[in-house]
Design a protein around this ligand. Sequence first.
Ligand code: GUN
Length: 336
Amino acid sequence: MLSVVARPLGLGASCCRGSRRAIATVISGNKASKLVRERLKEEVEKMKVQFCGFRPSLVVLQVGDRDDSNLYISTKLKAAAEEINRVLCCFGDVLQIGIDAKHVRLPNSATQDEVLHSIMSVNENQTVHGLIVQLPLDTVNHINSELVTNAVSPEKDVDGLSCINAGKLSRGDLNDCFIPCTPNGCLELIRQTGVSVAGKHAVVIGRSKIVGAPMHDLLLWNHATVTTCHSKTPDLPEQVGRADILVVGAGRAEMVRGGWVKEGAVVIDCGINYVPDETRASGKRVVGDVHYASANQRAGFITPVPGGVGPMTVAMLMENTVQSAQRFLLRSQSHG
Ligand code: GUN
């Protein structure tokens, strides 16, 4: 196991639980994702040497111009890109892996047919190994996003959002599908704690196609007993109180209160919410779906926001892209 749990300086250890209030160990997504990206960079370099300059390639398709999507996409592209002029291997804090990443942007006036046409042309392009359609679509037309995500070839669906990949995950075919990046990153962060998933009671809050539903499946097939809660769950605090492992993807700022959390639980917070903060120059700050200041008084381990799940989501997209390229090479060798 890689050691990436970080305890903020000056805070007490969890062995003090009982005699005084303990503080949870912080699970650092920044550190964990850096280790993943370093490993991927080495794998990509090996492929390059072994297969005459071969590079994994990713296309990010965007419809429209949402500010939040622009930010997420630029983070993904920076994490992927080739070293700039071979001078630096780091761009700011982002280690670049050597994946050839392209951003294809369609205007918000694009029709459903035009979006589908773009997807088909990437599907047919043998030099591209991964394709994601950034969601939500920002469009003035009616576009069926389900149709769009299912148009991505399952072999290139590194977001794991197509019915084929989702179906395989729900049946436990974990080695024959792409696992959506956020749940995959959450599982990796849980593993970093050393707490085993098998036999534990896991509670997932949220049932979205990107986070909650695949997280349920992933925990289930890693042998947890899983309860998924949603907006109609009547007794959310009681359900949360039973969780040895709690994953929250509810999309509501600081909804889970510390008092609900089981003593010693692993708490993984997928939320990214902006709340007003007059002390900041920007007038806002980012918080998760968990009320961190109270939850870290009861949890054994907790992810921070920012710096927890977010960087792991990006790292897992890179992991899926490299895996897709490796599968492509294997298929070409067996056909060649
Ligand atoms: N929008 C927010 N998160 C995601 C993600 O993981 N994948 C895609 N395609 N769009 C997103």
